[in-house]
Design a protein around this ligand. Structure first.
Ligand SMILES: Cc1cc2nc3c(=O)[nH]c(=O)nc-3n(C[C@H](O)[C@H](O)[C@H](O)COP(=O)(O)OP(=O)(O)OC[C@H]3O[C@@H](n4cnc5c(N)ncnc54)[C@H](O)[C@@H]3O)c2cc1C
Length: 412
């Protein structure tokens, strides 16, 4: 019997399996599909060391109206999803109050600031150096008012969190980014962020490393999880698997399993889409068009354009309006070729109202552990919360562990 089973082989689950294995534990990783084939595949691939403050809900009437009336490409919403997620959204709104958001950001920044150094040994040991670029992330602004505000925020981030950036005029940035055909008003180049040309492949390489180090990967269904006299048991394709402890790292699907065990997880599902395009040039670094809520990043498959958040029911059909609008806007400044013929991809950012992942032991079940809810930055934070989980499972405590612990944050 294994000591620990990790359910879910996205960036968070695979990193958890590696961290627990490094402590000498016998670990089994279980997923219904191949490692890194869901949200950890389709994201924008940025390891966001700059993201010290998680996305809050807007509280200014003007911005709320803009979102409510669908005038911004950052957010799209469906009335039925808003009704279904209303209690969670109200809690999110409360946690977005400036003073509370500041407290949360102080915790969040402790995670994002170490994200690149926590990925470093995994990238090296997984032989994945060619997938990672350390050129940073460019946020481009189309008008001088937004650019001035962004430059001020960048200066504040430097002061408060030590996040460094270069503030460049649009012309200066055009001189270094050959793919731009028209210059924006200005650019903030976040220097400490990294990017990955194939996030699904990086997750798969981490899983291969886990395998090479003696870990076992199995195909199975998390919804069959039951508590036994010895620990936890799950049905896998080649029979039942038992372990003393189970880690739930199922990303946006974690609430489904935990509901069967009596937990109500107040998850907010923020959908995003991507599409790949032929591109004559490789971008020097990913580019976020802040005025149009869209990211362009050069990937193995082509230029990946990813959209902002859609508050829709997790399993509702694809409706890629934001992606289409964002792509149209990008085409006015960036050289973009034909769209590749692929089925429309979308995935869900698993967000919690207090914007922090849930990492720690389940309140009512011995040997059941959580590591999910990484929202907009799960690809960034997988290795970091994996280390914190390992420490928590070893009995270590700290203010950071307590802040991420499920205790008092979910109904059970
Ligand atoms: C458009 C978009 C762009 C993004 N860009 C970025 C970015 O640039 N940087 C960043 O840091 N983050 C980004 N994110 C967020 C990031 O992708 C997620 O936070 C992260 O991938 C979550 O990882 P995870 O391992 O928790 O979930 P997942 O990668 O979804 O893994 C969950 C796993 O659980 C498995 N599973 C689910 N149900 C079952 C079951 N019943 N039985 C067995 N297995 C099951 C799935 O198969 C899957 O492998 C983006 C997200 C989107 C949608």
């Amino acid at each position: 019997m294994a000591e620990i089973m990790v359910l879910g082989a996205g960036m968070v689950g695979v990193s958890s399996a590696l961290a627990l294995q490094s402590n000498g534990h016998n670990v089994i990783l279980v997923d219904r599909s191949a490692p890194g084939s869901e949200t950890s595949y389709g994201n924008a691939g940025i390891i966001q060391a700059e993201a010290a403050e998680p996305y809050a809900l807007p509280r200014q009437l003007q911005t709320i109206l803009k979102y409510g009336l669908g005038l911004s490409n950052d957010v799209l919403w469906h009335p039925s999803a808003i009704i279904q997620m209303l209690p969670s959204l109200l809690a999110y709104y409360k946690h977005s109050a400036p003073s509370r958001h500041k407290q949360i950001s102080e915790i969040y920044a402790q995670l994002t600031s170490r994200s690149t150094s926590d990925h470093t040994p995994l990238i090296a040991d997984a032989d994945a150096e060619e997938l990672v670029s350390r050129e940073g992330l460019a946020m481009i602004y189309r008008n001088s008012k937004d650019f001035a505000a962004a430059a001020e925020t960048a200066e504040r981030y430097r002061r408060e969190y030590g996040v460094t950036s270069r503030i460049l005029s649009g012309d200066a940035y055009c001189a270094e980014e050959a793919a731009l055909k028209k210059c924006p008003a200005g650019v903030v180049h976040w220097e400490q962020s990294w990017s990955c040309s194939d996030p699904g492949e990086l997750t798969a390489r981490y899983a291969k490393l886990f395998n090479h180090r003696g870990g076992t990967l199995k195909y199975g269904r998390a919804e069959t999880l039951v508590q036994t006299s010895l620990g936890w048991c799950v049905e896998c394709n080649d029979g039942p698997v038992e372990a003393e402890s189970a880690v739930v790292a199922l990303g946006p699907w974690a609430p489904d399993l935990l509901k069967t065990l009596g937990y109500r997880i107040p998850m907010i599902y923020k959908r995003g889409y991507h599409a790949h395009f032929e591109s004559p040039l490789v971008l020097k670094r990913p580019l976020l068009d802040a005025s149009n809520g869209v990211v362009a990043a050069s990937m193995t498959q082509g230029l990946r354009v990813s959209s902002g958040a859609a508050l829709v029911n997790r399993d509702s059909p694809a409706e890629p309006r934001q992606l289409e609008r964002g792509t149209k806007a990008l085409k006015s400044i960036l050289q973009i070729g034909q769209r590749l013929d692929e089925p429309q991809w979308f995935g869900t950012r698993p967000c919690l109202p207090d914007m922090l992942p849930l990492v720690g032991e389940a309140p009512n079940h011995k040997g059941l552990w959580f590591n999910f809810g990484h929202g907009h930055q799960g690809f960034t934070l997988g290795p970091t919360t994996a280390i914190l989980l390992k420490q928590a499972m070893d009995g270590q405590t700290s203010a950071l562990h307590e802040a991420l612990s499920p205790n008092g944050r979910i109904s059970a």
